[in-house]
Design a protein around this ligand. Structure first.
Ligand SMILES: *Cc1c(COP(=O)(O)O)cnc(C)c1O
Length: 385
């Protein structure tokens, strides 16, 4: 029986709370590969830690509850989670992906799954009629992110899920940027939710992990089989660290978002900034749809400096905000999509879709907002040509 109603409480008490054996308020780290069996042919709950581990199981129960799923699966990285989900498909199947899907998702489809004749099609999922006209008999799934990197493009998750359902195909949502605290795609009709828990769920830039959530028994059975068969499971210590991070998700996200909202408004009012991409701003093209499906705009912002500013100088002038891959940690991180996350895309195509050389992506941390704005301000000044 659950003795709480709100997400903030579920983050702490959800799944399996503590250790019934000792009363410890934290689930222990079951650092074991195998388990003693009482005899031959008996039905055992735990047999081998690739198949199941109590620490990992506690995390899986917790995240399933948070996303409103019936089953959760923890993997050694977001990419291991995505690989397991893509392993649901067969040669000849096609998966439609948003045009700005995570680079690693595109890479594994293009360089790995294509070798097995699992194909992909790229569509602008913000355009529902374009998406619908891309659905052909070989299309078996639609994979989307909202907001999507790096222009924080918003896709209508309920509409995409309904469309997929109508054609009898799966809808898959990578919910890394929002977390279940801000957005719950299964409740909007999605069939599968994926996370890179490396980001906000872990929250401290100290682990790499991936999660998959479903709310159908058939999919749960297939994913349990694939998790065990392909073996990219999360280690017990990392499962523990991830549960530790999830406990503070609501307070961290509240501060992340409060800072992001202020930073986006400040950037908007800064003459050196040409464009600001943040679905929490009322004049952002994704604002209305995002508001319908998510608690707020999240904490990822991209912006474009005008031509009078040198992006290289901007990055080297930052003193507090760190230039690094990844996002979602307590510390603010900044990255240069053109040479980092989206370097694989040819320049003409990049620039055409808005990923210009002067585009900067910010993962706003939970530091003091005045310190963050002061750092941005001095770096913008320094970068003036
Ligand atoms: C980082 C990321 C991934 C990949 O996750 P890893 O944990 O790095 O393997 C997938 N999707 C999104 C949206 C991400 O940001």
């Amino acid at each position: 029986m659950k003795n709480y109603k709100a997400m903030e409480s579920a983050l702490i008490h959800g799944g399996i709370f503590g250790d019934p054996l000792t009363g410890a308020v934290n689930v222990p780290i079951y650092q074991t590969s195998t388990y003693r069996q009482e005899g031959i042919g008996l039905d055992v709950k735990w047999e081998y830690s690739r198949t199941g581990n109590p620490t990992r199981a506690a995390l899986e129960a917790l995240i399933a509850e948070l996303e409103g799923g019936t089953a959760g699966f923890a993997f050694a990285s977001g990419m291991a989670a995505i690989t397991a989900v893509l392993s649901l498909f067969r040669a000849g199947d096609r998966i439609l992906i948003s045009s700005n899907v995570y680079g690693g998702t595109y890479r594994v489809l293009d360089k790995v799954f294509r070798q097995f004749d699992i194909r992909y099609g790229i569509v602008d999922t913000t355009d529902l009629s374009a998406l619908e006209s891309a659905i052909a008999p070989d299309v078996k799934a639609i994979l989307v992110e909202s907001p999507a990197n790096p222009l924080m493009t918003v896709t209508d998750l309920a509409a995409v899920s309904a469309l997929a359902k109508g054609y009898g195909i799966l809808s898959i949502v990578d919910n890394t940027f929002m977390t279940p605290y801000l957005q719950q795609p299964l409740k909007l009709g999605a069939d599968i939710v994926i996370h890179s828990a490396t980001k906000y769920l872990g929250g401290h830039s100290d682990l790499v992990a991936g999660l998959v959530l479903v709310n159908s028994d058939a999919l749960a059975k297939q994913l349990a089989f694939l998790q065990n068969a392909t073996g990219g499971v999360l280690a017990p210590f990392d499962a523990f660290l991830l549960m530790r991070g999830i406990k503070t998700l609501s307070v961290r996200m509240d501060r992340h978002v409060e800072n992001a909202q202020k930073a986006a408004e400040w950037l908007k009012g800064t003459p050196a900034v040409k464009l600001v991409y943040y679905p929490g701003l009322p004049d952002d093209p994704g604002y209305e749809i995002n508001r319908k499906q998510a608690r707020n705009g999240g904490a990822m912002i991209s912006f474009e400096l005008d031509e009078r500013h040198d992006f290289r100088k901007f990055f080297t002038s930052l003193k507090l905000i760190t230039l690094a891959e990844s996002l979602g940690g307590v510390e603010s991180l900044v990255c240069h999509p053109a040479t980092m996350t989206h370097a694989a895309i040819p320049r003409e195509i990049r620039v055409k879709v808005g990923i210009t050389d002067n585009l900067i992506r910010l993962s706003i941390g939970i530091e003091n907002i005045h310190d963050l704005l002061a750092d941005l301000e001095q770096a913008i000044l320094e970068s003036e040509e």
